[in-house]
Design a protein around this ligand. Sequence first.
Ligand code: ATP
Ligand code: MG
Length: 238
Amino acid sequence: MEIERIKTYVHGLDGHIEGGIPKGSISLICGTPGTMKSSLAYSILHNNAVKDGIKGFYVTLEQEIKSLRQQMEKLKMREIEAVEIVDFDTMMKKIERKPDTNWIQRVGGFVKSAGKERGCELLVIDSLNALYSLTNIENPRREIYHLFKTLRETGMTCLLVSEISPGKAGFSHHGVEEFLADNIIHLDFEKKGGILSSLERYIGIVKMRATNHDTQYFPILYLKDKFTVFGREELELE
Ligand SMILES: Nc1ncnc2c1ncn2[C@@H]1O[C@H](COP(=O)(O)OP(=O)(O)OP(=O)(O)O)[C@@H](O)[C@H]1O
Ligand SMILES: [Mg+2]
């Protein structure tokens, strides 16, 4: 049976991942500071809303709504009703406060009911690291397993932003997330060019379950109003 997919709308990428990210799966969007994790996550929601009418829910625990919106406007992604952004303060007002649940469970429960209520198919949590900082995690493997289980129950396609500290191996804070996630989308950059050096950005699909994906680390640029990658074929032509 053909797997349904959500397009990334990163120009040139979907053709290398059988058309998109499997619907209902959980992806880590990971990278060191400034690798455009938030921009990529937002652009997937924005483009799916604009082009396919798919509703998205963006939980920003790092940045306030205003700052995130300003940043996305700079990237020519205008505010759109079908993408709802909630930040920590808005979430705090709406969250269910049961005495025996911790923050991770509360946030899991919140996105589950909010997503269902609004008919959202796409969810971003930006970032997992910020979510962890809200609570004392005694048993990361168990807590994160339960979070992922709750997220799967939502049926939404989930994009979880995962911050990597420079120089640290792996793709997530606790090291278990990368095994629990279905997909790992890695953003990276490299200094190139000697005396006139500049940063070159890359995107790599480290894993994507149920997908015959390309393993190239694609050069990625934000051009005009969208991300664009360059495959081997295009690079050889230049
Ligand atoms: N058009 C562009 N092309 C390339 N890079 C850009 C462009 N516009 C912004 N940037 C860079 O992207 C950075 C912001 O991207 P974003 O906030 O999505 O990254 P992030 O990985 O989420 O960062 P953080 O780790 O701080 O959360 C800016 O600080 C800037 O360096
Ligand atoms: Mg960010």
